[in-house]
Design a protein around this ligand. Structure first.
Ligand SMILES: [Zn+2]
Length: 316
């Protein structure tokens, strides 16, 4: 190679290197900028989720900047508990009520909320369901002028400085189990995420992983189906990568929730676990970048002890 050719080679190499650098910068800058904007929160902002101990059922109260969302309400006999909690916190208005699916251990106690709080919008996975409890819920919504609708996958709603996206069900075939038609949503607050799964079992989880894998990652996971054996798989836990998992189930429940297999998966994945059956209400707060959990009691309970082996319900 002549000196001229060598110099030409060096210039080409330098230009190529600069092109790579410039191109790299032009791609990375908007991403960093986007991240900075999404995690910018007002100084007075606050965010907390209370996973309410409703026995064998689910109920979560989310608050952000004076806005409230109630996801599920436990069995009908938990109505009084929901009513009392809202009263104690002086909450007279809910921005959203979400019924993940029509089973009574999710929809039953929502009646208590409607006795004390007005509500802008109710979401459910269905408008009708052939059960007394669900029919009563729909009637109560009508009596209180609360619109009920089925949200679509990809819909995004705001809750103060937080927002939540509907992720599932991605498929809704009549032949599918009601659990696998649960509404699944992920809340974002700053750069932290909370995933609510209702009773979604592995069929729905497979569809979620196929359709929206990158949207499943969450700092906090509400364990699907009360920590049952069909509420988690290794692939599911790998997709979510939860730092904190909250299991909502009843003390000494007849279903053997939470199941040993699910607890083992969470332990291996390094997730902290909190349980309503052992620790009462679990409050998880976020400052926009980190999350922390505070159980109402028994902070040092043996959360890794599975439920008594019995009939692990496929439907509750
Ligand atoms: Zn359930």
């Amino acid at each position: 190679m002549s000196l001229h050719s060598f110099r030409h080679f060096l210039i080409c190499l330098t230009v190529s290197f600069l092109c790579i650098c410039i191109t790299g910068c032009s791609f990375s800058f908007p991403e960093e900028s986007k991240a900075a904007v999404s995690s910018a929160l007002p100084a007075s902002s606050s965010f907390a989720v209370t996973f309410i101990d409703v026995g064998q059922g689910d109920s979560s109260l989310i608050q952000c900047d004076g806005k409230y969302m109630l996801i599920d309400g436990g069995l009908p006999d938990q109505s009084q508990k929901i009513y009392a909690l809202l009263k104690k916190r002086n909450i007279t208005h809910l921005d959203y009520i979400v019924c993940t699916h029509a089973h009574s251990d999710h929809v039953g106690g929502l009646a208590g909320a409607l006795q004390i709080a007005s509500c802008d919008q109710a979401f459910s996975n269905t408008l009708t369901y052939s059960s007394k409890v669900y029919t009563k819920f729909v009637k109560q919504l009508q009596e209180h002028d609360v619109p009920l609708s089925i949200p679509s996958v990809g819909d995004v709603y705001s809750l103060g400085s937080a927002s939540f996206e509907i992720l599932g069900p991605t498929d809704r075939e009549a032949s599918m189990d009601e659990n696998d038609q649960s509404l699944v949503l992920r809340i974002q607050y700053g750069s932290t995420y909370f995933l609510f799964t209702g009773d979604a079992e592995q069929e729905e989880q497979q569809l979620l992983m196929y359709n929206s894998y990158d949207s499943l990652k969450a700092n906090v996971l509400k364990a699907a189906h009360h920590g049952s054996s069909n509420g988690a798989s290794a692939a599911w836990i790998k997709a979510v990568q939860p730092e904190i998992t909250v299991i909502s189930c009843g003390k000494n429940n007849a279903y053997g929730h939470p199941h040993e297999k699910t607890l083992d998966l969470l332990k291996k994945a390094g997730s902290a676990v909190y349980r309503t059956d052992l620790q009462g209400d679990i409050t998880v707060t976020s400052d926009g970048s980190t999350v922390s959990a505070l159980p109402a009691k028994n902070a040092d309970a043996d959360v890794w002890q599975p439920g008594e082996k019995g009939t692990d319900s496929e439907s509750s």
